[in-house]
Structure formats: structure tokens, C-alpha cells
Design a binder for this molecule. Structure first.
Ligand SMILES: [Zn+2]
Ligand SMILES: [Zn+2]
Length: 396
């Protein structure tokens, strides 16, 4: 009897070194092909299905697989199993449900539909997006969204049936919305619960449909929903507005409205988390001599004193001028400013003269170039050419 059993690896069509994933994949294929639901009344298919299930049950269990590899089918003989049964090992409890849930989930539409209940169910969430300016994100704002939502049809009070008629209880499922298929298999009685094909899960049959909602029981309404965007919200973050989504079923609450915020770019400010960054141009004299400069922040202009001798790319921190925390608007980030020294492109003759004079005084005499140190060396000619060009550029 046991000797006539096919090799488990052969049954699943895998090699002796097959790993868990390969086993599962192989079993999934065989189980799909021979599952009794797919082959009603086919005894041969059922036998093959049981054979494959048994093979998978053994090979997917490391201990049992080791025993099988060592002793073959003899490892499981002498137990309580009958013909086509499971021999001497226990195949109940978690093992079974794991395999079943895992492998058959996709065969029969998964647990979600299987577990469809007639109790109150929350409605679907609705997603919307809203665009705000940089400043609106920093300080918060109020927005009004146009949202199309379903409501129970007022004409039929949500039943979907023509006024004066009532929906009938579905004869196929008796109003439960789901049907249970029972079958015998090697591990006992198995129940498959599926959505009732006749009523689509509602448990009711509508003979004459309501003309307003075409029997759905719902009508769509355009609604204006006010959204408070909190100060400090960042691009891509969402706000949940409870129970402003699609209606629930069987007295369940509405779903939620999820509003995703997208923040527009700002021409001068960049943001990273709670901090703001910007670049502020200053003139060379301002950098050299020091000056009070106006710096734009989200709170308006602030006066900042540039120290004498400031270098370009100097970073300045304006404490507390950043973005408020979305959790606590009393807490604010900082504003980091990069001071960049600008080189003038257009100068009056007078300004040029002043610059030349400055250069001389600073000891970098432009006019003496070529006649100074450079001229005394052999490479003087080249240098003169370069400085000459510089001079021409300033003379233009
Ligand atoms: Zn209606
Ligand atoms: Zn039904």
C-alpha cells in the first residue's frame, strides 16, 4: 500500500533540493489545477489534489521533510490515517490554516471578501489633493474643497427599490450575502465562503429599481468641505477629516476624507523640514565695510548687520524665523541666509575710477601692471597681455 505511493518530490515536480519558495510555487500550481472546486465531481483530480497537499504538508515542514528524506513514506506509517489519509502525523491546527490561508488566498479571492459580513461597515476613504502657497504652509490656512460624495438616495431612502416597492430577500443566500460551499477533503470538512453570485453580496434582490439611483441606493452630491491646513504642514503630508468619505454600509460610519497637501515653490525661500533657506546678495563695499541689510523672511523684512570683512558664502542664522512645528506652532525652526557678494557688471566712469583708485590704495595697482614686478621677469610679456586685457575690460 504505502509502497505504491508516489515520491513527494515527484508529485510536486520539484528536485530534492527545492527550497520553500519553490515548493510553495509548485504546490500552488498543482493545487490550482486539481482543486475540487475547479473540478467538481472529478475523483481523479481530487485524488491528485490530496496527494499534492500531503506532499506539500510534509515537505514544507523541516522536521517531516528530514524524516521523509531519511525513511521515505515509511516515516509516517503506522498512524491513524486511512486510505488517502495522512498516515501517522498530525496535520491539524496552525499548520493547516497557514497553508490554506497562504495558498488558497488568491484562489478564492482572499480573506477580505470571504469575511464579508452583514454588520456595520465603514465606508471607503476618499482622497483629494490641495495646493497651498509656501506661506500658507508655514502659517496654516483654511481651504474649501469641492468633493463629490455619495449619499443615500432620498427618493428610495437608500434601498435602491422603486418607491412603493421593497427589496426582496435574496433566495440564494437567504439574505446573508454569502454562500458557503462545503466539501470533504483529506483534512476533513472544508468550507469555502463566497459572495453570493445572485445578489452580489447585498442579500437583497431589487425587482423594480429606483429611477433616481438606478437601484444603487446612492446618489452623488457635490459638497464643499472646509479644511483647516495646520501651520507647518509640509509638501506631501495628508490631513484626515473623519467621516467625510463614502457612506458606510449597514449603519456603519462614513469613510474619511484624506487631503494631500502640495506646497508651491517659493521664488526665494527653500524649505527643509522646519528650516528655511535663502540667499541674500550684498555688495563688495557692504561686505568690506559692514552694513545694515534688509533680509526677507516669512515674517517680513528684518534688519541684519553685516560685519566688516564679511566673506562671500557667509551663513547667517535668523533664529526662530523658520517654519512652526506642525504639532506645536510655538516651536519654530530657523532661517538660514547665505550672504553672497555681488560683482558689479555695469559701472559708471566715475565708479570705475573710484575702483581703480581703491585698487591702487589696496596695493594691487592695476595701472602699474606690466611695468611692475611682472616686467622684470622673462614671462612679463604674457602677464602684461593678461593684465592689459583686464584693463581693457574695465575701460569699455
Ligand atoms: Zn433611489
Ligand atoms: Zn444573495
Amino acid at each position: 500500500m504505502a509502497e505504491s505511493k508516489r515520491d513527494y518530490y515527484e508529485v510536486l515536480g520539484v528536485g530534492k533540493d527545492a527550497d520553500d519558495a519553490a515548493l510553495k510555487k509548485a504546490y500552488r500550481q498543482v493545487a490550482k489545477k486539481y482543486h475540487p472546486d475547479m473540478n467538481p465531481g472529478d475523483a481523479e483530480a481530487e485524488k491528485k489534489f490530496k496527494e499534492a497537499s500531503e506532499a506539500y504538508a510534509v515537505l514544507s515542514d523541516p522536521d517531516k521533510r528530514r524524516q521523509y528524506d531519511q525513511f521515505g513514506h515509511a516515516a509516517f506509517e503506522g498512524g491513524a490515517g486511512g486510505a488517502g489519509g495522512f498516515g501517522g502525523f498530525d496535520f491539524s491546527g496552525a499548520d493547516f490554516s497557514d497553508i490554506f490561508g497562504d495558498i488558497f488566498g488568491d484562489l478564492f479571492g482572499g480573506g477580505a471578501r470571504r469575511g464579508r459580513s452583514q454588520g456595520p461597515m465603514k465606508g471607503m476613504n476618499v482622497r483629494k489633493s490641495v495646493r497651498v502657497t509656501f506661506e500658507e504652509a508655514v502659517f496654516g490656512c483654511e481651504k474649501e474643497l469641492d468633493v463629490v460624495l455619495k449619499d443615500p438616495c432620498p427618493k428610495c431612502s437608500g434601498t435602491g427599490a422603486k418607491p412603493g416597492t421593497t427589496p426582496e430577500t435574496c433566495p440564494k443566500c437567504g439574505g446573508k450575502g454569502q454562500v458557503v460551499y462545503t466539501q470533504q477533503s483529506f483534512f476533513g470538512t472544508v468550507q469555502n465562503v463566497q459572495t453570493c453570485p445572485q445578489c452580489g453580496g447585498s442579500g437583497k434582490i431589487i425587482r423594480e429599481k429606483c429611477s433616481d439611483c438606478q437601484g444603487t441606493g446612492y446618489v452623488s452630491n457635490r459638497k464643499k468641505i472646509a479644511v483647516t491646513i495646520p501651520a507647518g504642514i509640509d509638501n506631501g503630508q495628508s490631513i484626515r477629516i473623519r467621516e467625510k468619505g463614502e457612506p458606510g454600509a449597514n449603519g456603519g460610519p462614513r469613510g474619511d476624507l484624506l487631503v494631500e497637501v502640495s506646497v508651491s515653490r517659493h521664488p526665494i525661500f527653500q524649505r527643509q523640514d522646519m528650516h528655511i533657506f535663502s540667499t541674500v546678495p550684498i555688495s563688495f563695499p557692504q561686505a568690506a565695510l559692514g552694513a545694515d541689510v534688509k533680509i526677507k523672511t516669512v515674517d517680513g523684512e528684518v534688519l541684519y548687520t553685516v560685519k566688516p570683512g564679511t566673506k562671500t558664502d557667509t551663513k547667517v542664522r535668523l533664529k526662530g524665523k523658520g517654519v512652526p512645528s506642525v504639532r506645536n506652532s510655538q516651536v519654530r525652526g530657523d532661517h538660514y541666509v547665505t550672504l553672497v557678494i555681488q560683482t558689479p557688471e555695469k559701472l559708471s566712469a566715475e565708479a570705475k575710477e573710484a575702483l581703480r583708485r581703491f585698487d591702487e590704495l589696496a596695493g594691487n595697482s592695476l595701472n602699474s601692471a606690466g611695468t611692475g614686478n611682472a616686467a622684470s621677469s622673462g614671462t612679463g610679456k604674457k602677464r602684461k597681455g593678461f593684465m592689459g586685457k583686464m584693463k581693457e575690460a574695465f575701460d569699455e
